[in-house]
Design a protein around this ligand. Structure first.
Ligand code: COA
Length: 323
């Protein structure tokens, strides 16, 4: 049996936050944020709304849209770096909420690549013959881990969740995958727990996200531009066969630079950055959902998705969208 994505669900919190929100807190303005990042608005979770709630809402959206049952799901994977708590995992809380019996449950720490990593793992579990029906989430409440005194990072983040169902089928639709990491750059983008150092260097221990924006920007462009044709080739395709490129929405400037560097047409990219900002592991499913709702993505389209972020890590998959 092969792995096939058969359904998608998404959710974003109700509260819309525009760029003017930051003007009373830090020295910034709407024009700077739009021109440097492409972000116009983001969603912030309510005070009593956590990552597990966003996952549950996204799964409900999937069930309602595709009329599927979750009772026989046998594995739950959740890409998140902003779980309600480190233990128990978000995956177990979703299993409990939906009363799914005997499902394996695992959270994935791969930052903005968490959703793509989940798809890679689901493909492997199904190809290995041990599992048949897997939920893969990417979900974050980054606003709860944002340093609102740091103007270089606080304007970037938003909250949201996405989920796909991956099922065993005679013919799959996940064509090829790539994965990779560069741990020596861990200190460039982090959210600490206890240790005061990363890569032997002192870092800020305050349960907030910190980054070297320029270093991450450069790494993202070089790495993703290099991996795009490799991923296409592993899927037995050329880049010209790809209908939609869906990179992690970290910054619109990164997406534009990737297209400029590789020659891939910008108008064939899907993004969630302008409306939802950087939602880390949720950004790819949110961009795909926009593409579907706007009637851009059609049955049979080939989607090249690459997540990249803290670790530093990346993961990519090509999916033939026949859902
Ligand atoms: N409002 C106004 N000015 C700001 C600002 C803000 N919110 N944030 C930074 N600035 C200032 C800087 O202090 C700097 O001023 P200076 O020249 O007087 O020192 C100037 O704007 C330029 O800063 P710089 O860091 O060079 O801007 P940039 O064009 O590189 O954009 C990021 C900064 C963070 C938007 C950009 O580097 C980025 O998006 N990096 C990738 C981050 C990312 O995606 N991380 C997650 C990856 S998964």
């Amino acid at each position: 049996m092969e792995a096939k994505i058969t359904a998608l669900g998404t959710y974003v919190p109700e509260r819309i936050v525009d760029n003017h929100y930051f003007e009373s807190m830090i020295e910034t303005n709407d024009e700077w944020i739009v021109s440097r990042t492409g972000i116009h608005t983001r969603r912030f979770a309510a005070e009593d709304e956590y990552t597990s709630h966003l996952c549950i809402a996204a799964a409900k959206n999937l069930v309602e849209t595709y009329n599927v049952v979750l009772d026989d799901v046998d594995f739950i994977l959740v890409g998140t770096v902003t779980p309600d708590q480190t233990m128990p995992s978000m995956a177990t809380q979703i299993q409990d909420y939906f009363g799914i019996k005997h499902a394996g449950a695992l959270d994935i720490s791969a930052a903005c690549a968490g959703f793509a990593y989940g798809i890679v793992l689901a493909k492997g579990l199904i190809a290995g013959g041990t599992h048949r029906k897997i939920l893969v989430f990417g979900a974050e409440t980054l606003s709860k881990f944002t340093d609102f005194t740091d103007r270089t990072s606080c304007i970037l983040f938003g909250d949201g969740a996405g989920v796909v169902l991956v099922e065993a089928a005679p013919k799959g639709n996940i064509l090829g995958v790539v994965t990779g990491s560069q741990g020596d750059c861990g200190k460039e983008l982090y959210l600490t727990n206890t240790h005061k150092q990363i890569n032997g260097v002192d870092v800020i221990v305050d349960n907030k996200i910190h980054q070297n924006g320029r270093a991450v920007f450069k790494w993202a462009i070089n790495t993703v531009a290099e991996q795009m044709p490799i991923l296409a080739e592993r899927s037995n395709l050329k880049m010209s066969d790809i209908d939609w490129f869906i990179p992690h929405s970290a910054n619109l400037r990164i997406i534009e630079a990737l297209c400029a560097q590789t020659g891939f047409p910008l108008e064939k990219t899907l993004e969630s950055i302008t409306l939802y900002a950087n939602t880390s592991s949720a950004s790819i499913p949110l961009a795909l959902q926009r593409g579907l709702r706007e009637g851009k993505v059609k049955k049979g389209d080939r989607l090249l998705m690459i997540g990249f972020g803290g670790g530093l890590v990346y993961a990519g998959v090509v999916v033939e969208w026949d859902v």
